[in-house]
Design a protein around this ligand. Structure first.
Ligand code: AMP
Ligand code: ZN
Length: 471
């Protein structure tokens, strides 16, 4: 598989550290609010990546954190604690907020066919692990105590700016307008590993540590949860592009300082979902959820289809019109799949292998899901039996996750119950009309259509067969 690696700015062949096995880490949600459909675009594309890696025969262990402490509203070490903000907004405790929004997140994932990672770790359950790694970083000279907090010293590592895609200005994350510079820092880019002198006296969750009662910074959690569950050498780390700096940059700095060697080989970043007015953002408070899509009558998998039509390394603009277009295309595709017959045939191996190769080429080329979808249309057009078509769709859909065959079955059921309400006399005329059309006896077909109309029904021919409606 060829994959774009943010670390090298190149498409590279994906080769795991250990043959046949892949360690995959995903930055999980900050659970102070519902996930918006932008967040879920990232999780969905990561899900396709995981499923495709499995499809190629590799065994994947996927680990994800849940940020339930320490993520401040600024990407630096300033701003409110996001969890505390959520708790205040809803007059609940931080743990109640975390539980509620963690459950809501996994419900949304289920609706979008996003598989739950093999290991899910809430940050608050790993405090001892954070303390262990931070202590070691202090011992090794990579971290220092200042003003009651523990900071990572970015000047102690050779190449802090590993992704090479941010500027000196970006490094001033703690010195934004209206925000006091953190005078404890030795270098602009240094970041907090452990807070004891919190600006928030009402911080609910605090733990004992060798440096006093406090709580962890945001970045340390992902490094520790990953290293503990996936070992010292990680194959692939995923997230949205906004995670590249400072989050992933800091994860690499502290993990490699702790380990003393390279940590993760491949970095996979999904670009943002935007609206016409800009990036969809949880902290701005204006965002679209899966529940809202459902309330408006959309099947959540139509949103998945919409996302798969675009490449994960391109920004995607969400508008209702775009979603409607995706819905129309999805419904048409389902209707075509519903009309596949059950016929079987021998000697189709070559044609089947060619379709599989096309799918592999698409997904194996930096996860080109749009191209992968066109292979589904190619299956429909292919000169192979219905049974083979269905088997191929099932196989590819294990990666795409659109429940195509289940939707088609549902459509058939719905069509059947709709036709059950139509009088037998009308059904008989519709059948005769289909025969007449097949025999190209259009005069008879028209006459039959008039007789059907006289009984109060209209009949329209579609590629999927006749559609009968009461008029
Ligand atoms: P958060 O819950 O804010 O920590 O974000 C969860 C995930 O969603 C992270 O991987 C982010 O990089 C990603 N993300 C945030 N905003 C967007 C967006 N507008 N489009 C796609 N992904 C996003
Ligand atoms: Zn992370």
């Amino acid at each position: 598989m060829i994959l774009y690696n943010t670390l090298t700015h190149k498409k590279e062949e994906f080769i795991p550290n250990e043959a046949g096995k892949v360690g995959m880490y995903t930055c999980g949600p900050t659970v102070y609010h519902f996930a918006h459909i932008g967040n879920l675009r990232t999780y969905m594309m990561e899900d396709v990546l995981e499923k495709y890696i499995r499809y190629t025969g590799l065994d994947v262990k996927r680990v994800m954190n849940i940020t339930d402490v320490g993520h401040l509203t600024s990407d630096g070490d300033t701003g409110d604690d996001k969890m505390l903000k959520g708790a205040k907004r809803e007059h609940k405790t931080v743990m109640e907020i975390a539980k509620f929004y963690t459950d809501a997140f996994f419900e949304d994932c289920k609706k979008l066919n996003i598989k739950t990672p093999d290991v899910v770790v809430p940050a608050t359950t790993y405090i001892d692990e954070f303390i262990k790694v931070i202590s070691s970083l202090i011992e090794k000279g990579f971290a220092y105590e200042a003003g009651g907090n523990i900071y990572f010293d970015t000047s102690k590592i050779e190449n802090y700016n590993v992704f090479h895609n941010f500027t000196e200005d970006d490094l001033e994350v703690g010195v934004r307008e209206g925000v006091e510079e953190d005078e404890n820092k030795r270098n602009k880019a240094d970041f907090v590993l452990w807070f004891t002198k919190s600006k928030f006296d009402d911080q609910e969750l605090k733990w004992e540590s060798p440096w006093g009662v406090g709580y962890p910074g945001w970045h340390i959690e992902c490094s520790c949860i990953s290293m503990k569950n996936l070992g010292e050498r990680l194959d692939i780390h995923c997230g949205g592009v906004d995670n590249i700096f400072p989050h992933h940059t800091n994860e690499i700095a502290q993990s490699e300082a702790y380990l003393g060697h390279k940590w993760c080989n491949y970095w996979f970043h999904v670009h943002h979902l935007n609206t016409n007015s800009g990036k969809m953002s949880k902290s701005k408070g204006e965002f679209l959820t899966v529940s809202l899509l459902e309330e408006k009558g959309y099947d959540p998998l139509v949103y998945r289809f919409f996302c798969l039509q675009s490449h994960y390394r391109k920004g995607l603009v969400f508008t209702w019109e775009n979603l409607d277009n995706a819905k129309a295309a999805f419904d048409k595709l389902i209707a075509r799949i519903a009309s596949i017959g059950d016929d079987k045939a021998q000697g189709e191996d070559e044609k089947i292998a060619a379709l599989k190769e096309r799918f592999d080429k698409a997904l194996g080329n930096d996860l080109n899901t749009a191209e992968g979808l066109t292979v589904i249309y190619d299956i429909l057009k292919a000169d192979i039996s219905g049974a083979s078509k269905k088997a191929l769709i099932a196989e590819f859909d294990a990666v795409l996750g659109l429940d195509l065959l289940a939707h088609a079955e549902k459509k058939k059921e719905a069509d059947k119950s709709a036709s059950a309400d139509i009088p037998e006399e009308v059904m008989a005329l519709v059948e005769q009309r289909a025969e007449a059309r097949k025999a190209k006896d259009f005069a008879k077909a028209d006459e039959l259509r008039d007789r059907i109309a006289a009984l109060g029904y209209s009949v329209k021919e579609t590629r999927q067969g006749p559609v009968i409606e009461k008029v």
